[in-house]
Design a protein around this ligand. Structure first.
Ligand SMILES: O=C[C@H](O)[C@H](O)COP(=O)(O)O
Ligand SMILES: C=C(OP(=O)(O)O)C(=O)O
Length: 366
């Protein structure tokens, strides 16, 4: 094995002649995670509350608390007012169902795209393609902080590993999306997070990549990264014990029915991974029709009531109003600008009904 090169020797190495300028990109400095955390700090009391929220989520995922974890909220956050209004309503609803459900608000500021499209508040907060990421980072952190201060845990998808350090002290639960579950870089990042993380199955429906992801993320890693000051760093991680599978359907159709859930459970058990499943009621499980999400949730409740205790949670894409709208012209308040969502009225009714059924008070839909 080669001996490490002493720092002094590295300094003395001849400088490589500058490569021709790359005309295909330009770089614009951004604040570091440390700067943004200092600008929008988490108080000690709030940090303790977030830690407690993570413990509660872990208890549900581990089956020590038999409530249903419900991650619900907009497909993407694009304006502060509607996000705050949603969080206030959700906090009120949470108080009504908290004996049967643990509600967590989706606060997604990064969107993975199949090809191209708006990538979320963090990248383009003015919604006009100007790509003001310095403002996007600040707005995302400020808004997420405001949402947690309203009382409920927040959930987000961690898409760009470099962005995680700006937000990961605020979140109670995170997802790795269907398009990135197979990525080594994302698995390494998750292995160093002190947050429960769900890996989604692939867009083709593959469970294998998510199972592989869980195996990898539960292990220690050494990987390339940046420190709090934005400097290149060797990052050493301990492995994340709180990883689990999110069933979101795939190109061949949904995967939330009892038969597919049993197959997922068997796939995990074969690898010696405890089956803690979350069903995403949206995406390929609803055929991208947001109004079909209640039927998916209903099936999950049926399966729970029939004795399937591996189903620990659900995800719902929900906003103040039904549907979605294109990102052009005057935007309607409280309507998603990415995937279609179930409106608040439908969300509240669906969750109250599910809570009643879990409490043994309601009957299945005929
Ligand atoms: O949840 C959101 C979308 O399904 C995901 O971002 C992909 O969107 P797209 O296929 O419209 O790019
Ligand atoms: C993009 C999302 O999901 P998926 O990765 O399952 O497509 C999402 O939940 O916003």
């Amino acid at each position: 094995m080669n001996a490490p090169v002493p720092a002094a020797t590295i300094k003395d190495l001849p400088v490589t002649p500058a490569a021709p300028a790359n005309t295909r990109r330009s770089a614009h400095p951004l604040p570091t995670p440390a700067q943004l955390r200092e600008r929008f700090p988490v108080s000690r009391a709030l940090a303790e509350r977030i830690d407690q929220q993570r413990q509660s989520i872990r208890a549900v995922l581990n089956g020590e608390d038999d409530r249903l974890l419900v991650v619900t909220g907009p497909c993407s956050l694009h304006d502060t007012d509607s996000a705050i209004e949603y969080a206030e309503r959700l906090a009120q609803l949470s108080a009504q169902v908290s004996d049967r459900m643990l509600l967590v608000m989706r606060a997604y500021v990064e969107k993975p795209r199949t090809t191209i499209g708006w990538k979320g508040m963090l990248y383009d907060p003015h919604l006009d393609g100007s790509g003001d990421m310095a403002e996007g980072l600040a707005l995302s952190r400020r808004l997420m902080l405001a949402l947690v201060e309203l009382g409920l845990p927040v959930a987000t998808e961690l898409l760009q590993p470099l962005a995680a350090g700006y937000l990961d002290d605020l979140i109670g639960w995170a997802a790795i999306g269907a398009r990135t579950s197979e990525s080594q870089v994302h698995r390494e990042m998750v292995s160093g997070l002190d947050v429960p993380v769900g890996f989604k199955n692939g867009t083709d429906g593959s469970l294998t990549i998510a199972c592989d992801a869980m195996g990898s993320a539960a292990h220690p890693h050494q990987h390339f990264g940046v420190d709090e000051l934005g400097r290149p760093a060797l990052v050493q991680t301990l492995g994340n014990p709180d990883v689990h599978l999110v069933l979101r359907g795939g190109h061949a159709g949904p995967n939330y029915a009892a038969e597919e859930v049993a197959a997922a459970r068997a796939a995990l058990e074969k690898r010696g991974i405890a089956a803690k499943l979350i069903v995403d009621c949206s995406h390929a499980n609803s055929g991208k029709d947001p109004l079909r999400q209640p039927a998916v949730l209903e099936s999950v409740i049926d399966q729970r009531l029939a004795g399937d205790s591996s189903l620990r949670g659900v995800m719902i894409e929900s906003h103040l109003f039904d549907g979605s709208q294109p990102l052009s012209g005057n935007l309607a308040y409280g309507v998603s600008v990415t995937d279609g969502c179930l409106g608040w009225a439908g969300t509240e009714q669906t969750l109250l009904r599910a809570a009643d059924r879990l409490a043994g008070k309601g009957a299945a839909l005929g």
